[in-house]
Ligand binder design. Structure first.
Ligand SMILES: [Zn+2]
Length: 408
């Protein structure tokens, strides 16, 4: 703390040299709730300054780094996994802008188990838009969930069986090339043929590997972790309803301290007691809050037809239900809702919740330019209120530009 103060005073003494293009915002720092001014220039944070007090209208507004979501299937009616290949550049911009309004300044579009040609087409399109200046660097890369997952009902979840397959490095390289080398994570099942070698090759290529939609044994999970699969994807979901009380994938993934977990904190996918236990087992250092949000997110409650013509219900509480089987069919809650939910059910403070929704994913994926408020970092900043565990975003800044302002 003393070092921090010393640092602040150093920065403060340099304050008089501020150039004209410097911009700033003020709010309560999410780490310790003290009033600060964060200054930035050319898209980067240049300094954080303690201030005496905030203007009255700002006295309950926090400032934090923008949220980072590692698993996004779609939003606002736009899907990254459209089986008909309808994904468009405009649709990706729609999602990016809608996320800015929710305080999410970085996200990883996630393509789930699908036909090879649709993967190729959508990855190529995503790569073009990723480098488009108007997304302001909000898409650092992509997540491939499947198709190399368990074919078993329950573990497979909503992934279509006809497209589930064993790992094939040559096929994957075609997808990787189409993505411009921007697939940052593959989620797979460690127990299927070829998975272990595939994990090693991913790690040699610099790709993170998540274990998910699997029924791996303790031995298989440990070998996968040894080979560098260091995150359990949406732990507690993508799991059969009925499992052996001793030999199931939860215990080895929870008990191995090398492993991070991502958890869906939408209030429907996990019970409060599950989140509390996961939080105690992993601590705030090894949890990444994810949304796993689908294209139903951001839409009005009601009944919708999915890509294969089944009826899906988005309830007024925000659950996406497949009434024919009475099961959840993805999430509708953006990551911002997960921040409040994890605080409500674990009792953790705002700093811990933001760590799990921004700092941890930035560090895990090697995004060293974001996830914290420090000089030199991207000016990805959010101003928000927290009322009754609901995050109410007031303003969002992405790479130094105001991309959302609730007053406009
Ligand atoms: Zn999944």
């Amino acid at each position: 703390m003393r070092l921090f103060k010393f640092f602040l005073s150093l920065v403060f003494s340099a304050n008089c040299l501020l150039s004209f293009s410097q911009q700033s915002i003020e709010g309560l720092l999410y780490l310790d709730h003290t009033p600060v001014r964060v200054e930035f220039e050319d898209g980067r944070i240049t300094g954080i300054f303690r201030i005496e007090e905030l203007p009255e209208e700002y006295d309950n507004i926090y400032v934090a780094p923008g949220l980072i979501d590692n698993q996004v299937n779609g939003y606002m009616g736009v899907s990254f996994v459209d089986t008909g290949g309808e994904l468009s550049e405009e649709g990706i911009h729609t999602i990016t802008s809608a996320f800015w309004a929710e305080g999410i300044t970085t996200y990883m579009p996630t393509l789930t188990t699908n036909d090879h040609d649709i993967f190729i087409k959508n990855f190529a399109l995503l790569n073009r838009v990723k480098n488009d200046e108007s997304t302001r660097g909000s898409i650092p890369g992509f997540h491939l969930e499947g198709p190399y997952i368990s074919p078993e009902d329950g573990y497979r979840g909503a992934h279509p069986l006809k497209h589930v397959r064993e790992p094939d490095w040559d096929e994957f390289m075609e997808l990787y090339d189409a993505s411009g080398g921007n697939i940052m994570q593959v989620t797979l099942a460690p127990e299927i043929d070829g998975a272990m070698d595939f994990i090693s090759r991913c790690r040699e290529t610099g790709i993170e590997v998540g274990l998910g939609h699997h029924g791996g044994s303790a031995e298989q999970i440990t070998e996968a972790i040894d080979r560098g699969a260091l995150i359990a994807t949406h732990l507690g979901n993508g799991l059969a309803n009925t499992i052996n009380r001793h030999r199931n994938p939860l215990w080895p993934q929870l008990s191995d301290d090398r492993m991070f977990i991502s958890i869906i904190c939408d209030g429907f996918h996990l019970l409060p007691e599950q989140i509390r236990v996961f939080y105690r087992a992993k601590g705030k250092e090894r949890i990444i809050i994810t949304s796993d949000v689908s294209h139903y997110g951001g839409l009005a409650p009601g009944y919708y037809l999915n890509a294969i013509g089944d009826t899906i219900q988005l309830t007024s509480e925000g659950a996406v239900v497949y009434p024919a089987q009475n099961v959840l069919s993805g999430s509708a809650a953006p990551l911002s809702q997960g921040v409040g939910h994890v605080m409500r059910v674990t009792g953790c403070d705002l700093a811990s919740a933001i760590q799990m929704a921004s700092t941890n994913p930035a560090r895990f994926y090697g995004l060293s330019d974001r996830g914290e408020i420090k000089p030199g970092m991207r000016a990805d900043l959010i101003l928000f209120k927290m009322e009754d565990f609901e995050m109410d975003v007031i303003k969002t800044i992405a790479a130094g530009e105001v991309v959302y302002d609730s007053s406009e």
